[in-house]
Design a protein around this ligand. Sequence first.
Ligand code: GLU
Length: 497
Amino acid sequence: MERLRFAPSPTGPLHIGGLRTALFNYLYALKNKGQFILRIEDTDQNRIKKGSEKHIVESLRWCGITYSEGPDKKGGFGPYRQSERGAIYSEQVSTLLDKKKAYYAFDSSESLNKLREEKEANGEKFLYSSQNRMLLKNSLNMSKKDVDFLIKKKVPYVIRLKVEGNKTLICKDELRNAISFNSRDVEDKILIKSDGFPTYHFANVVDDHLMKITTVIRGEEWLPSLPFHSLLYEAFNWKKPKFLHLPLILKPTGKGKLSKRDGEVEGFPVFPIKWVSKNKNICGYKEKGFLASGLINYISQLGWSFTKNKEIYSLKGLIPLFEIKSLQKGGAKFDYEKAKWVNAKHIQALSIEKLISLSDSKIKKGLAVFKPEEIYEIYSLIKERMILLSDDHSLISFFYKDPQSYLASDIKKINSPTLVATIINLENLLSGLDNIKILKDSIYNYCKDEGVKFGHALKILRLAIIGSLSGPDIIKVLELIGKISALRRLKNLKNFI
Ligand code: GLU
């Protein structure tokens, strides 16, 4: 059975790049009738951000990406927070120490920094590796007695993997050609840090193995770690999972990786849901007015394209289509306008009842003066204009609130020497009507008799009623707000002019 995991580090809010990783793992697991789990990789205690795990969990929940095991869902392979798995890592590292595949290193950071600087001064890179480890301060060149003595004296140490030198190794990534490398160039990376916590590399490999992960789908930034991870699997003599590194999500310009700052500069969210920290409250896609299904649909297309003739899918609808071979390895450009377009399509697919239920309390309060069937009618009128759920504010508020101001550019468009006279005529027409349903015909006839352009008269009416020159069918709006409100709004515009 395929088992996949999303393994974020809680070092900040979940970014849409992370969301896409979670989504592809989820889709692949479900497509293969497998399992999808959440594991929190919180071994780097200095980088943990408060509230971050909660943000990850709540974002996934909002998006409908459910996991069968995780920190808040018991399963047979827990705990699912690495900080709670200390005993497991100690046991596993002992195995490597016993097999002489790992060793203690007592080098001080000052001595290593000095060596690093010396190398860098010559334009070289310092690696703690098979090439120099016998010259450094570690258990490979000490007696057991000396090692025990140092440990007993609480001299700080780390545990490193002993990478066998000069072996040609091949790593496979499902999206790329096999990568061949010489183990001589791979560092004896740290497995256990001096604070006793495992490094990301060690905990990640141990957990993937113990949690029976069959396929690892993660961001491209982890591709350089693949050789070391492969060597760790070999040291343990464990079977490797399949690996797949997803392409980067690029800035809208296509140049460089999409960052949190790009969203701030360009004015689009980069988190699925809002992120509240001590001094910041950053709006997410949810608060911006996206439907989770719209966001997921858009994100799914970043690096994955399976068909050209249909673009709108639900999360469930994506599952049967997911295939590794339709993933691309080149970076995927982020396009907020396209995301909004996809979201609008998802809004159009909602029933009016559902849209009404999604409106916020402010709108609900404003619309309280209308009968349920009128509210239904209002939403039917504006639905096709909605791109974001939050658009209902600008599209609906004029139903219960008189326009407060008019744009000078709109006034300019309707201005003429007869403007006030036309407004007065419209007022007279309206107040003389018993049945608003025939208003359009009456305006039409009046325009014909007076030589006023029908479109022009409707524009004036529209500006008076909704405060803008664009919007839904003005006669229908007028029917809904009623004659008294409409007359008041015509008078307001007249006074303003
Ligand atoms: N904890 C790593 C991250 O936050 C996970 C990398 C992986 O999936 O192996 O990106």
